[in-house]
Design a protein around this ligand. Structure first.
Ligand code: SF4
Length: 371
């Protein structure tokens, strides 16, 4: 298949791996963060890290949209789902994310009308089919999915639908990256930038990383050769003492982003003053809410939501995983009390979560010789 097969060529992969090996300084340990959960998934699915020299370490970032939703927001969703007459629509992985007193799936078992959808337009269709019921869409995701929510809300407004609203949990990727770069916990050499987010926002929002922190960023695609080439581009920058934003995923990412999508987002959303991220705490201006023009479609205006901050379970180390401070298998409950079937934390629920990627591809520990 075009744009797939040629990016999975094993021989080419080994050739790029040899170039990476030639570019590393022996004795130096490199830490590169892959920001996006989709990258984490590809790295372990295809064994990309097995092709890297042992002194090049990939660490996982906060770019899994389900993983970063805090327990309090799940509780808010469950409270709305229990309202009389509400049909609560959400994505399939969100339905299993634990709140403080259970999941949306458990709320469904208790009688709430919770339905799994594949897109916000599915939720809109349910609203059209059920004019006597209120339909609430639980919107999650980074800038990748925010435009589809925005377009759905524009359509609902244009159609004059009065039984559709959105509980908005869309988040933005730059503020948590800045928070990570300010964290004393983590020393990073460079970033594999989030290819999907950048199809919308472009590469320019990441220029602060080389400008303020002198670290290279390479916006990457999701196939094994994309990732290997991105690591090589980072190594090349480091070797030359450069730090720039480069786009490896140029077949999809325009440097300035998708201007039409950004325009629609600006019409429908505005930044929240602050938002809680699971394991990362409150981060200023890191999430979106509906503008006043869309207040009629805002579930937080329409319903009373508890809005309570709930601490993560003691055993849960998702925060450290999301910050790249520990590997999933270093969490005390990984693969024992916490599995995809019985998840304690969000990183085990979402297919983009680092813990789920490690678990599903059998990475229960990692030991490599140092070059
Ligand atoms: S193993 Fe479970 S509790 Fe531990 S970090 Fe991963 S998802 Fe969180």
């Amino acid at each position: 298949m075009r744009f797939v097969d040629e990016f999975r060529d094993a021989e080419l992969g080994r050739a790029v791996a040899a170039e990476i090996l030639a570019a590393v300084e022996p004795g130096r340990h490199y830490k590169i963060m892959e920001v996006c959960g989709g990258h984490t998934h590809s790295i372990y699915k295809y064994g990309v890290d097995d092709l890297l020299p042992s002194n090049v370490e990939l660490v996982h970032g906060p770019g899994c949209p389900v993983c970063v939703i805090p327990m309090g927001r799940v509780d808010d969703g469950i409270a709305v789902a229990h309202h009389e007459g509400v049909i609560f629509a959400c994505f399939g992985d969100m339905i299993r994310v634990p709140g403080s007193a259970g999941t949306l799936l458990e709320a469904k078992a208790e009688g709430a009308d919770v339905r799994m959808v594949y897109s916000p337009l599915d939720a809109l269709r349910i609203a059209r089919q059920n004019p006597d019921r209120q339909v609430v869409f639980f919107a999650i995701g980074f800038e990748t999915t925010a435009p589809s929510t925005a377009l759905t809300l524009k359509r609902a407004k244009a159609e004059g639908l009065r039984n559709f609203s959105c509980l908005c949990n869309h988040v933005t990727i730059v503020p948590p990256l800045r928070a990570l770069l300010e964290s004393p916990d983590l020393r990073l050499d460079g970033f594999i930038g989030p290819g999907h987010v950048c199809t919308v926002v472009g590469a320019r929002p990441f220029e602060f990383i080389p400008a303020d922190y002198r670290k290279p960023v390479v916006i990457s695609g999701f196939e094994p050769l994309d990732l290997l080439q991105s690591v090589h581009m980072i190594m090349r920058q480091l070797g030359l003492g450069r730090s720039d934003v480069e786009v490896q995923y140029s077949r999809v990412v325009p440097y300035e982003g998708n201007l039409r999508a950004l325009e629609v987002m600006a019409e429908v959303f505005e930044l929240r003053p602050h938002f809680e991220w699971r394991g990362l705490g409150f981060i200023s201006q890191s999430a979106l809410r509906l503008t006043a023009a869309y207040a009629d479609f805002d579930a937080e205006v329409r319903y009373e939501v508890p809005g309570v901050r709930v601490a993560d379970p003691k055993a849960c180390q998702c925060g450290e995983v999301l910050k790249g401070v520990i590997k999933p298998w270093e969490c005390k409950v990984f693969g024992t009390a916490c599995t995809p079937e019985h998840a304690i934390g969000t990183c085990m629920v979402s297919p983009e979560g680092a813990c789920a990627a490690y678990y599903n591809y059998g990475r229960f520990a990692r030991e490599r010789e140092v070059v």
